[in-house]
Ligand binder design. Structure first.
Ligand code: ZN
Length: 354
């Protein structure tokens, strides 16, 4: 059982404009300017325009300090984060305050329960991909935004398909440490920052499936990534994209503190219509779309509440949250504990080359 980890070149995402400094908008918050993330103005990720129809402020989430960022809606309909963290500071977004790459170990004594819950998410993802396309040992699957690589491990175990996963490298997984443990080198994870993909990704093409589980919204140039995916997908391959749904009632109710914004990590704020336009204009035909995903809707609601009360991962022990997390899940289970319940803040699209 040994997976390989290859360190790929990290390349800066395409940005323009001069550096700007973000400003805090939390009333009464102490501002330490040296902690603020440097930002630059981004254009619409869908059409490239820079004259938004409207702009508003979103408070930063899962950050060790208070800072807000400008969001915008373009004339083309796409909502996006206009004030984005500059490429050289992106690593600070995925450091000790970023819990989502650290897996169940973050949860101390409750790790086994969280690991079980995470394995259920991976199982749902494997079912979805297998329903979309038959996979076997001769097939290769690319997972962009692979986290710890557990989905690819599970997919390989179920189908024999080889997997390549790419993601930002979390500090808990320093270069050289395997993220995943697929048999042999059948599942590999490497470091990459979208939209720039390493030569390794090119070498493994064509792919029977390319999956982006909560990755496309992080990508500062999603059209570039989708064009690459279109080019490197097999003719009968499938693209699977799960992103938050900005049009959901929960997104509207929580407003700026909704965890689906994940400010400032989400560059695009997708609604079903803007996701459809993005995929179709990138050469894909959507064969299935639903306003539900593989995460439990409670996950986004809990993260929204946690951030709102000022809890900071990395500074406060995550395991102390667990009783709240579990109790909330039980109490809200009729509404928020079913991954396939529609309209709860998530959406999933399956597409094929048009
Ligand atoms: Zn636009």
């Amino acid at each position: 059982m040994e997976a390989t980890f290859e360190k790929a070149a990290r390349t800066d995402a395409t940005r323009d404009e001069a550096p700007r400094t973000g400003a805090t908008h939390e009333p009464g918050a102490h501002v330490d300017a040296s902690r603020l993330l440097p930002t630059a103005s981004a254009r619409c990720p869908a059409c490239g325009d820079d004259r938004p129809r409207e702009t508003w402020q979103l408070p930063g989430q899962l950050l060790p300090h208070a800072q807000s960022f400008e969001a915008a809606r373009c004339h083309c309909g796409q909502a996006y984060l206009r004030e984005q963290v500059r490429p050289e500071a992106q690593d600070r977004l995925y450091d000790a305050d970023y819990p989502l790459h650290r897996g169940s170990a973050l949860w101390g004594p409750f790790a086994p329960v969280v690991a079980f819950s995470e394995s259920r998410v991976d199982a749902r993802r494997v079912r979805i991909v297998r329903r979309a396309r038959d996979l076997g040992p001769g097939d290769r699957v690319l997972d962009l935004g692979c986290g710890r690589g557990s989905f690819l491990d599970r997919l390989h175990g179920a189908t024999g398909a080889a997997g390549l996963g790419l993601d930002h490298l979390a500090p808990a997984n320093p270069a050289g440490t395997p993220w995943s443990a697929g048999p042999g080198a059948a599942v590999r994870c490497a470091e990459a920052a979208l939209p720039k993909l390493p030569p390794l990704a090119e070498e493994q093409a064509p792919y029977a499936a390319i999956t982006l589980w909560h990755a496309l919204e992080h990508d500062p140039a999603p059209r570039e990534t989708l064009a690459w995916a279109r080019e490197h997908l097999a003719k009968d391959g499938v693209l699977v994209v799960e992103v938050p749904d900005e049009s959901s009632g929960l997104a509207k109710r929580f407003g700026g503190s909704w965890a689906g914004h994940h400010t400032p990590r989400h560059a695009s704020l997708f609604e079903p219509e803007s996701l459809r336009q993005m995929l179709e204009s990138s050469g894909f035909e959507i064969t299935h779309h639903r306003r539900a995903g593989t995460l439990l809707p409670w996950t986004l609601v809990a993260l929204s509440l946690i951030d709102r009360v000022g809890f900071r991962f990395g500074r406060h022990p995550a395991w102390a949250l667990f009783p709240f997390w579990a109790a909330g899940l039980v109490l809200t289970s009729p509404w928020l504990a079913r991954a396939n319940a529609p309209g709860r803040g998530l959406q999933l699209a399956i597409a094929r080359p048009a």
